[in-house]
Design a protein around this ligand. Structure first.
Ligand code: PHE
Length: 476
């Protein structure tokens, strides 16, 4: 540990509490909604393989780096980077890394809550359908009986066109997130993870088995694991790396902040591996859960972001027990999204507590409210403000509405910048002995890990950042 100011006094009650909370942070909309969408859009197999490569070579080493900085610094992301820099005899300006991460987290939670609000809406829609079926004595009915497929698909458009409904769902989701974070590390964040994550895993396995039984697993396996490398464009690689960072909650203060609450006894390396493994496993299982259902009813795996909200409800309409499974499916995504948004809000909240001396409730309240307001703009971007293109002057964001702009800017610019800074800081600037002790790795293992952090990550992330921002430079 490094001696420094502004240190937190909070902590997890056990190693497992930390592991569940960190897996809860990592597993979210990114795994269940975005990963299958991206894999579908980018041709499946080759994308999945490249993604796994990013996780092993870049993601996993950085997960350990972030947790390590948090535990060594024992503060919020800004305070921890400052403390570790001081203990390493480096400039306090390294706190900029913490700043980038906290601002990124704040921006992500603003739109994350809006999309999670759609999930919440679908929990309601499917819930009404299921409890209706239950009341009429047929709990295993398929969903939306007697409705035209267009009506089922039209729900998403109806929701996006309705600013009040969008904002109402967003309020509820942000409110719950605030409430959990305000309740504290021990009584809020940890409790939520301990209840929601096991429930999530049970649902995930259950629905995947359902999909394997009634859906088309053969086609799914071919789709997800037969690589067609001609589909692996520079654009796809860029998306894969960005997705790996987002999915593992890198570059957005979550892991650093959660790391600060980890006890000295916990061995960080195996814990980091567990988090990376669980996150990637869930992304792949989510594909194995969703695509058999999509293929069973002949839908398009490349439907894009509407895959989960439009294609799947139509599939549930044609599947046995579709009403029940559809309801459970959205409950599952809801749980995943909630434990992630909690971790997103915790980063800025802990900054307010440690650096400003605010109470936890006040800090969480201020950030939740400000993020809520940005989220409202994102929500209005689907209706009243649908002509607004906030970064329309920049070719890669020219078409992006408000939500896509905040999403794209954080994902394509801020997350890679934060990852790059983390790699340089931990790989080159932080004191080597301090890093070695904190990592718990020894000998060759430490050497391999440090090589990945110091060389592989910065080069790979740097390339992807440049090519992502200037697609014109990509060799064709
Ligand atoms: N990892 C989460 C997901 O996959 C999102 C997230 C990003 C959470 C950054 C915390 C920090 O949905």
């Amino acid at each position: 540990m490094v001696a420094a100011t502004h240190q937190t006094s909070e902590g997890w009650s056990s190693r497992w509490a930390f592991i569940l909370a960190a897996i809860g942070a990592a597993v979210g909309l990114g795994n269940v909604w975005r990963f299958p969408t991206l894999a579908g859009e980018n041709g499946g197999g080759a994308f999945v393989l490249f993604y796994i490569g990013c996780v092993v070579l870049i993601g996993l080493p950085l997960v350990l780096s972030e947790i390590l900085v948090g535990r060594a610094g024992r503060s919020d992301a800004v305070g921890s980077t400052r403390n570790v820099a001081a203990a390493s005899g480096r400039s306090s300006r390294w706190a900029v890394l913490g700043w980038v991460e906290i601002i990124t987290a704040f921006l992500i939670v603003s739109f994350y809550s809006v999309v999670a609000g759609w999930v919440f809406y679908y929990v309601g829609v499917m819930g009404v359908d299921f409890f209706g079926a239950l009341a009429s004595g047929d709990p295993f009915a398929s969903a939306f009986q007697g409705e035209a497929a267009e009506t089922v698909q039209g729900r998403l458009g109806g929701l996006l066109g309705n600013p009040w409904m969008l904002i109402a769902m967003h309020v509820v989701f942000m409110g719950v997130t605030f409430w959990v974070v305000a309740s504290g590390v021990h009584d809020g964040i940890e409790k939520a993870a301990i209840w929601l994550m096991p429930a999530f895993f049970v649902l995930l396995i259950g629905i995947t088995i359902y999909g394997a039984v009634v859906g088309d697993m053969t086609e799914t396996l071919a789709f997800m694991f037969q690589p067609d490398f001609s589909r692996l464009t520079a654009q796809a690689m860029n998306e894969a790396l960005g997705q790996a960072l987002f999915s593992m909650s890198l570059g957005s203060a979550a892991l650093m902040t959660y790391g600060a609450y980890v006890s000295r006894e916990t061995k960080l390396a195996p814990t980091a591996a567990m988090i990376a493994f669980a996150d990637t496993g869930v992304a792949i299982i989510a594909g194995l859960m969703i695509f058999p259902i999509v293929f069973a009813v002949g839908l398009d795996p490349a439907a894009g972001p509407t895959l989960v909200f439009q294609s799947l409800p139509v599939a549930f309409q044609q599947m046995p027990a579709g009403s029940l499974i559809g309801f459970l499916f959205f409950v599952l995504i809801f749980f995943a999204a909630l434990t992630s948004s909690i971790s997103l809000l915790e980063g800025p909240t802990s900054w307010g507590i440690n650096e400003r001396g605010w109470s936890r409730g006040k800090s969480a309240g201020i950030f939740a409210f400000c993020a809520f307001l940005i989220g409202v703009l994102c929500a209005l971007g689907y209706n009243i403000l649908s002509d607004v293109r906030p970064l329309g002057f920049w070719n890669i964001f020219a078409e992006a509405d408000i939500l896509d702009t905040v999403d794209g800017f954080t994902g394509k610019v801020m997350l890679p910048v934060a990852a790059l800074l983390t790699a340089i800081f931990v790989g080159w600037r932080a004191d080597k002995k301090l890093v070695e002790n904190e990592s718990g790795l020894e000998g060759a293992m430490f050497g391999v890990w440090r090589f990945l952090v110091a060389w592989v990550s910065p080069i790979a992330v740097g390339l992807i950042l440049v090519f992502g921002l200037f697609p014109g430079l990509v060799p064709q």
